[in-house]
Design a binder for this molecule. Structure first.
Ligand SMILES: Nc1ncnc2c1ncn2[C@@H]1O[C@H](COP(=O)(O)OP(=O)(O)OP(=O)(O)O)[C@@H](O)[C@H]1O
Ligand SMILES: [Mg+2]
Length: 212
């Protein structure tokens, strides 16, 4: 379970959000909506240790996460809208890289789990392709597999369906629902109402729930 208690974020003198409270249950899929510039991306970056916060507390399974930007990020897997795949690595290599370098997993084990992840995501035949040889929806699924390879406790997505057509959007929704059945807690920033309806248990609206 994720508990965000009284989180405040400023950039120099400007308050992005203040005293944000949010609890997300185990295996829950929460959509985060709200207008541009309100702090949605900033929030998930704080959770993943890519940004610091000024006040408040974040607990993940009752364990306090550092909010000063010092946390490793391994506990919260981030999936960005532009995929951020390494163009000169194959799909399998993209997924294996962090487990080998960060978790010190052996190459054999990293490859085995990468192949299992691709199978779960319906991408078994794509492991040896390069990102430029994939559709947008397939790239998004590789980005999800790469995040999952680090065995995070939570996945957070930033606009995962932007630029995807309806078929690819449905495929990403299927992945989210498959992971949900496996009990993965998922936070999804989205402007895509169709997608949100396909996957969300609950919607968190920044514009009404957050003080500025
Ligand atoms: N590194 C930074 N330095 C200063 N201000 C920043 C920085 N990063 C973000 N901001 C500001 O923080 C605010 C929130 O940005 P954020 O990216 O979290 O918005 P968002 O809700 O994700 O918007 P969008 O829907 O457009 O992606 C914006 O006003 C932005 O200008
Ligand atoms: Mg954003």
């Amino acid at each position: 379970m994720l508990e965000i208690k009284g989180l405040t974020k400023k950039y120099s003198d400007s308050v992005i959000f203040k005293e944000l409270f949010l609890t997300v249950g185990d295996g829950e899929v929460l959509s985060i909506v709200g207008p541009s510039g309100i702090g949605k991306t900033t929030l998930i970056k704080i959770l993943a240790g890519l940004e610091s916060a000024d006040q408040g507390e974040v607990l993940l399974n009752e364990e306090k996460l550092a909010i000063d930007g010092s946390q490793s990020g391994a506990k919260v897997g981030l999936i960005f809208q532009d995929f951020n795949l390494f163009p000169n690595y194959t799909v399998l290599q993209n997924i294996m890289l962090a487990p080998i370098n960060v978790l010190k997993t052996s190459k054999t084990d990293a490859k085995k789990s990468a192949q299992e992840l691709l199978a779960t995501l319906g991408m078994s035949d794509k492991g040896n392709l390069y990102p430029f040889q994939l559709s947008g929806g397939q790239k998004q699924r590789v980005a999800i597999a790469r995040a999952l390879a680090m065995q995070p406790q939570i996945l957070a997505y930033d606009e995962p369906t932007s630029g995807l057509d309806e078929v690819s959007t449905k495929q990403v929704a299927e992945v989210v629902n498959t992971l949900k059945i496996q009990g993965v807690t998922q936070l999804i920033i989205t402007h895509d109402q169709y997608f949100a309806e396909l996957v969300s248990d609950r919607v968190f609206d920044f514009s009404t729930e957050v003080k500025r």
